[in-house]
Design a protein around this ligand. Structure first.
Ligand code: F6P
Length: 474
């Protein structure tokens, strides 16, 4: 797919503007060295594509590589604007302020956040580039939807230039309690940046409440119910739990090729009695070491029987950030230790895959698993839990789910755990692995109803409907 550039002095006809850290396409090099953009299918783009098409939308984002701005182009039948980041901006804004300051801070300081003034300056500059692109692309009266912690200053930066537009912001990760947020030297600027929006969406009610408290404490503003008064404007902060395209994923899981692949996976694992599965980005928020610890102890205590296997997919992520490198060593040592102690020639109790897979292979893995393990120490939502549920169309399987995920509010049929409580986690894994088919069906049916009814299209409709009406969510 080659980029179709428009001239820089084109009018700005877009009535709907999505501003997100990443573009919904990946860049690769064509045969003549030209940019070749391939769709990177994600929940967000599948939810927003229909709105983008109906309303003449544009998506502003970054390609993920250092380099000049690709500007306005068309790929996958969408209008896209690529923001350029220099190598220094990737280091200071993306790896630094986004992923070594905000990410650990917003995940309850599981890793210590670093505060550097140079990183903050880069954050301001990059947010300004995104905001300027939004201002340039938005038609009069347009709706602009800004996403996530990487772009918290964009709402205010846009509002300073464009009083005519409606601005929504959705935070995909947790918003921390004030005692933690208060550590941020630029807390007031961040709160004011967000308050440029008309509507602020969070994953859980607690996140919205934390933000309202931060508005009072860090910015000295008055809140009433779910609204903050900012001059003559009222800004609303509420929960809109994100979801997945459940029907599309279920369709993939139902394909003959995918079901056959699930059988092949079990066969390759030597037809174990129980397959436990973890699928995560290799991130310290996901609680992979505690999961391995619990599993290792269960093997030692022989509580899962002899024919059990854990498949752990840990997809590479943010590999240049220090805490992620440390985590990789910790996880890989733990895996080696368990396999060293309990493997036999030809069979290993942990299959560790430091790779990323296409959706079809993920669906096959979900189908092949008896028990899905989600043990995050902190997680805005955790869409893997919802994906597992969407794939289990025959209502079998069990989910062990950390109560520190947004998904725990909705997936009440899961075995909820406190991942810090190793004994409790072990008990939950044993209960999930030995569940009766009838109990599994009852729990899975409950979870599937929730995920199928509250899918990502429902989420987008609910947020955009609330933004358009200016009223509170249902
Ligand atoms: O969940 C937060 C998030 O930033 C997502 O937007 C993104 O898909 C994921 O984490 C991976 O992040 P990165 O863009 O740093 O690879």
């Amino acid at each position: 797919m080659s980029p179709m550039r428009t001239t820089p002095d084109d009018p700005s006809p877009h009535r709907f503007v999505v501003v997100a850290s990443r573009l919904p396409v990946d860049r690769s090099e064509g045969p003549g060295g030209e940019a070749d953009w391939r769709p990177s299918p994600g929940g967000l783009v599948s939810a927003l594509e229909p709105v983008m098409r109906e309303s003449g939308g544009v998506w502003i984002g970054w390609s993920g590589d250092a380099g000049p701005a690709p500007g306005l182009f068309r790929a996958n039948d969408l209008d896209l604007v690529g923001i350029g980041l220099s190598a220094e901006q990737v280091r200071d804004y993306y790896e630094g302020f986004c992923n070594a300051t905000l990410w650990p801070l917003y995940h309850d300081v599981i890793a210590p956040p670093e505060f550097h003034r140079r990183w903050w300056d880069a954050y301001v500059t990059v947010n300004r580039s995104f905001a300027q692109a939004a201002v340039d692309q938005a038609a009069p009266g347009a709706t602009i939807w800004v996403h996530d912690y990487q772009l918290q200053l964009v709402p205010q930066m846009v509002r300073e230039q464009r009083a005519d537009v409606r601005i929504g912001f959705f935070n995909h990760i947790p918003f921390p309690g004030y005692e933690i947020f208060a550590q941020l030297p630029w807390r007031r600027q961040v709160v004011n940046g967000l308050l440029g929006a008309d509507l602020l969406g969070f994953q859980r009610r607690g996140d919205a409440a934390n933000f309202l408290r931060a508005s009072r404490r860090a910015a000295g503003l008055v809140t009433r119910g779910s609204t903050v008064r900012v001059g003559d404007r009222e800004v609303r902060a509420a929960a809109f739990p994100i979801s997945i395209d459940a029907a599309a994923l279920e369709q993939i899981a139902r394909r003959d090729t995918v079901r056959k692949r699930a059988d092949e996976i079990r066969l390759a694992l030597d037809e174990p009695h129980t397959v436990l599965l973890g699928i995560d980005r290799l991130d310290y928020t996901k609680g992979i070491p505690v999961r391995l610890r619990a599993y290792g102890e269960l093997l030692r205590e022989d509580r899962l029987g002899p024919r059990v296997v854990l498949v752990q997919v840990a997809s590479p992520s943010r590999e240049r950030v220090g805490a992620y490198r440390v985590l990789r060593d910790v996880v890989e040592q733990a895996v080696s230790r368990i396999n060293g102690e309990y493997a036999e020639v030809g069979s290993a109790p942990v299959h560790y895959l430091h790779q990323s897979y296409p959706r079809e292979e993920m669906a096959a893995l979900y189908l092949a698993a008896d028990v899905m393990l989600v043990t995050s120490l902190r997680d805005g939502m955790n869409l893997v839990a919802k994906e597992y549920v969407a794939c289990r169309y025959d209502e079998s399987g069990a989910l062990v789910l950390s109560e520190f995920t947004g998904a725990a509010d909705e997936l009440t049929g899961a075995f909820l755990v406190n991942p810090h409580d190793i004994e409790g986690l072990k008990d939950a894994i044993v209960r999930a692995a030995t569940i009766s088919p009838a109990d599994a069906r009852r729990r899975m049916r409950l979870m599937r109803r929730r995920v199928c009814e509250h899918d990502v299209a429902h989420w987008a409709r609910s947020f955009l409907g609330t933004l358009a009406s200016g009223s509170g969510p249902a």
